[in-house]
Design a protein around this ligand. Sequence first.
Ligand SMILES: NC(=O)c1ccc[n+]([C@@H]2O[C@H](COP(=O)([O-])OP(=O)(O)OC[C@H]3O[C@@H](n4cnc5c(N)ncnc54)[C@H](O)[C@@H]3O)[C@@H](O)[C@H]2O)c1
Length: 274
Amino acid sequence: MEIQRTTDPEKINFKDKFYLTGKAVIISGGMGLIGKAFAEACLQFGAKVVIADIDKTNPEKYAEDLKKKTGREVAGVSMNVAKRKDVELLKKITLEKYGSIDGLINCHQNKTARFFANFDEFTDEDWDAIVETNLKGTFLTCQIIGGYMAEKGSGSIINMPSTYSVVAPNQNLYKGTTLGTPAAYSASKGGVMALSQYLATYWADKGVRVNQITPHGVWNNHEEAFEKNFSNFSPMQRMSYNHEVACAAVYLLSDASSYVTGDNLRVDGGWTAW
Ligand SMILES: NC(=O)c1ccc[n+]([C@@H]2O[C@H](COP(=O)([O-])OP(=O)(O)OC[C@H]3O[C@@H](n4cnc5c(N)ncnc54)[C@H](O)[C@@H]3O)[C@@H](O)[C@H]2O)c1
């Protein structure tokens, strides 16, 4: 992308900068609550999208149905982000299909069966499974797909840490509910933050921007007690919606954010502002 050297804003078509027309975007964990909103938003802004997720979510069928319904360019790939050969295959399939990869959103997370167990009872197996998917999966996609972007000289990567790698969870939020946040989640997401910052400067002169989006309290039919507690603690007094997070992704993937790298865009209703 050529950056215009000018002080005259009238020479700039600001609207066009937000479009993703012609860009191919991979969304890992694309079958999740936020991933589906990312896919829809990217498609509406003209991107070609690959939805990557684990086999049992059947991203191929979801993408095929979406394609039939809308006529837009979308494909699904079953894969595991924590397996090098799967990520290599994802890159290969995307390049064969779209000829380029311009955007990558790492939107996967592993919610194991015993995800909400107390810290004292947390097992090695659950710890390993969460760190492996959340952190190693992000390392692999960044190395393999980000490395390709660095070679071609352009690309935008969005990683997803968590409010609970920015601040600690307030345990009062979970009182009277069955929910919680495991330390393995916070720790793995802290690693995602550090990795993202590292790569932002590592690839800054290669045309690859690496940013983060930190969503918070995205509503998914939560139990009433949790929603009530959350609203009491939130400066905006409500939970957020997946489409509110997706708007941030369009900005960070687009040329509108051409000078933004190493940032963490917190879509958290002011939760971490005080
Ligand atoms: N929902 C929130 O309120 C919230 C808040 C802060 C951060 N986040 C982060 O945002 C991202 C998206 O959140 P979400 O609510 O949509 O999560 P989600 O659980 O709905 O979706 C995660 C997706 O990742 C997929 N996945 C799991 N293991 C995988 C693997 N090994 N390989 C490929 N895909 C795999 C799952 O199948 C699922 O479709 C996550 O990284 C999450 O940690 C979410």
